[in-house]
Ligand binder design. Structure first.
Ligand code: FES
Ligand code: FES
Length: 154
């Protein structure tokens, strides 16, 4: 056990916890931030994607000890009312089907647009490549990213 302090959605929180615990379990089980999903558990699907100092990472494979002192943002922290430009574009394009993968998709898309506000088709494909959608919403995801990139709000 160790005492580890994390900054999650701009709030500092201390945990007495095994330092090897994956960040995903802390988010879901300790903080009830269940928007971040468990899919594969082995960094292959992207359902558990969060922002780690602004970069998209797989929280299922990130030990909490590595997150100490870093800024973590989950889908719950992306906007106050679900009105981030990427979330609005997702609604406009009616992207989700079952919805399970979508928080991870949005977090990856947001990280992409933060570092590259006008990505090309291939840059979008490369960035989103590791986020799997079993419902096959890829075409709408791409369209929504283009809409968000053109919104001039990102
Ligand atoms: S649950 Fe983390 S990548 Fe699949
Ligand atoms: S919307 Fe169902 S897995 Fe992506």
């Amino acid at each position: 056990m160790a005492s580890i302090t994390l900054s999650i959605n701009n709030k500092e929180q201390a945990f007495d916890i095994d330092p090897n615990t994956p960040l995903l379990w802390v988010l879901r089980d300790h903080l009830k931030l269940v928007g971040t999903k468990f899919g594969c558990g082995i960094a292959q699907c992207g359902a558990c994607t969060v922002h780690f100092n602004g970069n998209a990472v797989r929280s299922c494979q990130l030990p909490i000890s590595s997150a100490a002192g870093s800024k973590i943002t989950t889908i719950e922290g992306l906007s106050e009312n679900g009105d981030h430009p990427v979330q609005k574009a997702w609604l406009e394009h009616d992207v989700p089907q079952c919805g399970y993968c979508q928080a991870g998709q949005i977090m990856t898309a947001t990280a992409l647009l933060n570092r590259n506000p006008n990505p090309t088709d291939s840059e979008i494909e490369n960035a989103m490549n590791g986020n799997i959608c079993r419902c096959g919403t890829y075409t709408r995801i791409k369209a929504a990213i283009k809409t968000a990139s053109n919104s001039q709000e990102v």
